[in-house]
Design a binder for this molecule. Structure first.
Ligand code: FES
Ligand SMILES: [Fe+2]
Length: 361
């Protein structure tokens, strides 16, 4: 299941450039109870996350600014983090040093002028989101981008979360996510669709800030879950948005019934990533077991992608040349163009207006 996380490390595929200066989900927030900490890694940065007494989350770079030992080796009392080596004590939200035990009245050093690196950390959709600045940015101030959040269309809904580690870099994780042509091969199952159901499709895209939208349309007639929605007898519309650095929002609406998901592919290191899917819906709200059934099938789906990417990573280790073809790989080309525009700060967008793509899937 999703808990059988891939062993990452030796043998990872080629690294890629990372987009710093944005929010990434570090872990599920329910792993962080008051007074507890946990380790995580985002974009190659080791993190110590925790929850203070009273509920506030924090994320520190997991390195003591004194001599570099991981702060996770030390202690957290619900208020401050104490380094194991020489006992420097830090307020973890600001990173401000509160005490250096070795100081005497002969010293003039003011500990409160010293800061460990700490990053903005917010809870949304059950994740601890961390803002990861570019290395060497210094203390973080000013306006940060909004923390990503799944849209919801009613007060009552059910939700579920899935995750899988991928032994490839974030680019392969993301283009695998937006790639329509693998569906009939990777995701065949009696309850979803068969390979024989492959047919020509026409999809409409439009540019949105730092991304693109697959415009509202009646979804694939060959996917069983969409057929289920037909029982409501209302028109079904879906929208799929991809937004940098790593977010895919899908919204399906059918009258006042809805299903929404936010899928992110987050760089753990430059050559590994993790896919997270958070979904919420009010479809079949009163039917028992729907959450467990949906989670089971969702997990199968993510597993099929995960297994494929594990196999792909074996090949990528040999640094093969790669091809992107029209039209099925066009969204992947847009992703690479958007990423380059972001990294270089050009403000360019690969789409200058609506585009229609055709492929068979
Ligand atoms: S290394 Fe942390 S207090 Fe010295
Ligand atoms: Fe897939």
């Amino acid at each position: 299941m999703m808990n059988d996380l891939v062993q990452l490390g030796a043998g990872d595929g080629p690294p890629t450039e990372l987009i710093f200066g944005d929010w990434y989900p570090a872990m599920r927030a329910d792993k962080l109870r008051e007074g507890k900490t946990a380790k995580a890694m985002l974009l190659g940065v080791p993190l110590l996350l925790g929850r203070k007494t009273g509920g506030k989350l924090f994320a520190m770079r997991d390195l003591c600014p004194h001599r570099g030992i991981p702060l996770s080796a030390g202690w957290f009392d619900g208020e401050t983090v104490t380094c194991k080596y020489h006992g420097w004590r830090f307020e973890p939200c600001s990173g401000q040093c509160a005490e250096i035990p070795s100081l005497t009245s002969h010293e003039t050093l003011d500990p409160t002028k010293i800061f460990a690196s700490s990053f903005p950390c917010e809870e949304r959709d059950g994740y601890a989101w961390v803002y990861v600045p570019a290395p060497g940015t210094g203390r973080i101030g000013g306006d940060l981008p909004a923390v990503p959040e799944l849209p919801r269309f009613s007060a009552r809904y059910r939700d579920a979360h899935l995750e899988a580690e991928l032994p490839c870099n974030v680019d392969h994780g993301i283009i695998g996510l937006m790639d329509p042509a693998h569906g009939p091969f990777v995701h065949q199952a009696w309850w979803w669709r068969s390979r024989a159901s492959i047919h020509e499709k026409e999809k409409h895209f439009e540019p949105i800030p730092e991304g693109f939208r697959m415009s509202a349309h009646a979804p694939s007639g060959n996917s069983a879950p969409y057929k289920l929605l037909g029982v409501y007898g209302e028109p079904i519309t879906t929208t799929i948005d991809f937004v940098l650095p790593n977010r895919r929002y899908e919204t399906i609406r059918c009258g006042d019934k809805w299903f929404a998901s936010l899928t992110t592919v987050t760089p753990i290191t430059a050559s590994t990533c993790r896919i997270d899917v958070y979904a919420a819906w009010n479809i079949f709200y009163r039917v028992p077991f729907v959450t467990s059934i949906a989670t089971f099938f969702g997990a199968k789906f993510v597993q099929q992608d995960q297994q494929t990417m594990i196999e792909q990573a074996e090949g990528l280790r040999f640094n093969p040349g790669l091809m992107l073809i029209d039209d099925a790989d066009k969204p992947a080309k847009w992703y690479f163009a958007l990423k380059q525009a972001r990294l270089k700060g050009t403000g360019e967008h690969p789409l200058d207006g609506p585009v229609t793509l055709h492929w068979r899937s």
